[in-house]
Design a protein around this ligand. Structure first.
Ligand code: 5GP
Ligand code: MN
Length: 340
C-alpha cells in the first residue's frame, strides 16, 4: 500500500478537480477493465474529469460492464488519445507493471508531465510518482478496493463500482479458485457484495458468449499435445483455424486453463498466431511453484505472474512449437519435482 505520507499527499491532490487519464494494459482483461472502470466511477463522483484510454479494443464479454462503452480506444483514434494525455494532470496505470505493456501509449505516458500513479500486482514493477505494487494480491481490482478504503472513499462506492471490481477479481482468480486467493480477497468480495455487487448476474453476463468461442474451443481441445514425461500440455490455434471459425477478440481467453485439468499436468501452454501481426502469442499457466513468469521472460519476451504469464515469439507457429518443445528437457527435473 502507499505509505501514510503518500496517502496524505494523494488526499490533498484529489481535493481539487483534475483531468485524469486511466490506462489499462494492451488487450485488457476483466481485471484491467474492472479496475479502470471502478476507479473512474469513483473519481467522477469526486468531481474529476476522467477518461479511460485503452491501447486497443477489449472483448465483447466485458462490454456489459457499467460505462464500458465510454472507454476510449486509442488504436481507433490515436489523435484523441494524444490530446487526452497532453491535457492530463494525473495518469493512473492499472494492472500492468511497465509502460511497454501499453504499446504505442508508452511514449505518451513517458512524455507527459502529469503525476503518474501505478497500481498493479505483476512482478518487477517500474516505479513512478506513486506506486502501489503487490504481487501477492491476485487482482488489481482487490488493490483498488484497498486504495478506496485508505482514501476514505468507501461511502462513495455503489453497486456499479462494486460490480466492476468484483468482475475483475473473478477473472483474475479463476472465480476464486487459484492459489493466489487470500482471506483478504474474500473479505474484499464481501464488501463488494455489501455495496450491491450481484455475483449471479455477473456470472451470467460473463458466461454468455458467441458461437465462435465454442467452435474454437472444440478445435483448441482437438489440438492438444500431451507430454506426460514433462507434465506439460500444449495447445495451438493457427491463423486459419481462428479465422475459419469467426475469431473475435477474447474468444480464446482462459482456454489455456483446460490444460491444467489434465491429471498430472503442471504446465499448460497455448500458442496462437496473432490474427493481425506476424508473431505468435503464448499463454502460460502452471500449478505449484513452477514459475511461468521466469520462463516467459527468459524465452518468450514476456512475463506476468508465477502461475499465469504470457509472451510472444517472432516466428511462425510451427517453429514456435519446436522452440518450446526443445526447451522442455532443460526443465524436466523441475517439472517432475513440482508438488501439486
Ligand atoms: P494471458 O495468458 O491471459 O494473456 O496473460 C496472463 C498474464 O500474463 C496476465 O497477467 C498478463 O498481464 C501477463 N502477460 C501476458 N502477455 C504478456 C507479455 O507479453 N508480457 C508480459 N510482461 N506479461 C504478459
Ligand atoms: Mn490483473
Amino acid at each position: 500500500m502507499f505509505s501514510p505520507d503518500e496517502i496524505f499527499e494523494l488526499k490533498s491532490l484529489f481535493k481539487i478537480e483534475k483531468n485524469i487519464v486511466i490506462v489499462p494494459h494492451k488487450n485488457p482483461d476483466g481485471d484491467a477493465i474492472g479496475s479502470c472502470l471502478g476507479l473512474s466511477l469513483i473519481l467522477k463522483k469526486l468531481g474529476h474529469d476522467v477518461q479511460i484510454i485503452s491501447p486497443n479494443d477489449f472483448p465483447k464479454f466485458l462490454k456489459w460492464m457499467p460505462e464500458a462503452k465510454k472507454i476510449f480506444n486509442a488504436e481507433f483514434n490515436p489523435k484523441g488519445a494524444e490530446i487526452a494525455f497532453s491535457n492530463a494532470d494525473i495518469i493512473f496505470m492499472l494492472d500492468f507493471n511497465e509502460p511497454s505493456r501499453t504499446d504505442q501509449l508508452e511514449k505518451l505516458i513517458r512524455n507527459s508531465d502529469a503525476i503518474k500513479i501505478l497500481i498493479d500486482h505483476h512482478q518487477n514493477p517500474e516505479f513512478f510518482d506513486f506506486t502501489y505494487t503487490d504481487s501477492d494480491i491476485p487482482a488489481t481490482c482487490q488493490m483498488i478496493w484497498h486504495f478506496i478504503e485508505k482514501m476514505n472513499w468507501e461511502d462513495l462506492t455503489d453497486a456499479n463500482i462494486a460490480t466492476c471490481l468484483y468482475t475483475g477479481i473473478l477473472t483474475d482468480t479463476g472465480n476464486f479458485r487459484y492459489s493466489s486467493v487470500k482471506p483478504s480477497t474474500h473479505q474484499v468480495a464481501a464488501h463488494l457484495l455489501n455495496q450491491g455487487a450481484e455475483p449471479f448476474r455477473i456470472h451470467d453476463a460473463m458466461d454468455s458468449f458467441g458461437e465462435s468461442r465454442l467452435k474454437l474451443l472444440s478445435v483448441f481441445l482437438q489440438n492438444l499435445q500431451y507430454f506426460p514425461e514433462y507434465r506439460t500440455a500444449i495447445f495451438t490455434l493457427t491463423r486459419e483455424e481462428l479465422l475459419e471459425n469467426g475469431f473475435q477478440k477474447g474468444d480464446t481467453d482462459a482456454f489455456v486453463n483446460y490444460g491444467l485439468g489434465l491429471e498430472n499436468v503442471v504446465f499448460s501452454v497455448f500458442m496462437a498466431d496473432d490474427t493481425q501481426h506476424d508473431f505468435v502469442k503464448l499463454s502460460f499457466r502452471s500449478k505449484g511453484d513452477f514459475n511461468t513468469s521466469e520462463f516467459a521472460n527468459k524465452h518468450f519476451n514476456g512475463g506476468g505472474h508465477i502461475n499465469a504469464s504470457g509472451g510472444r515469439f517472432d516466428d511462425n507457429l510451427e517453429n514456435t512449437v519446436k522452440e518450446f518443445v526443445n526447451l522442455l528437457p532443460q526443465y524436466e527435473e523441475k517439472l517432475q519435482n513440482t508438488v501439486i
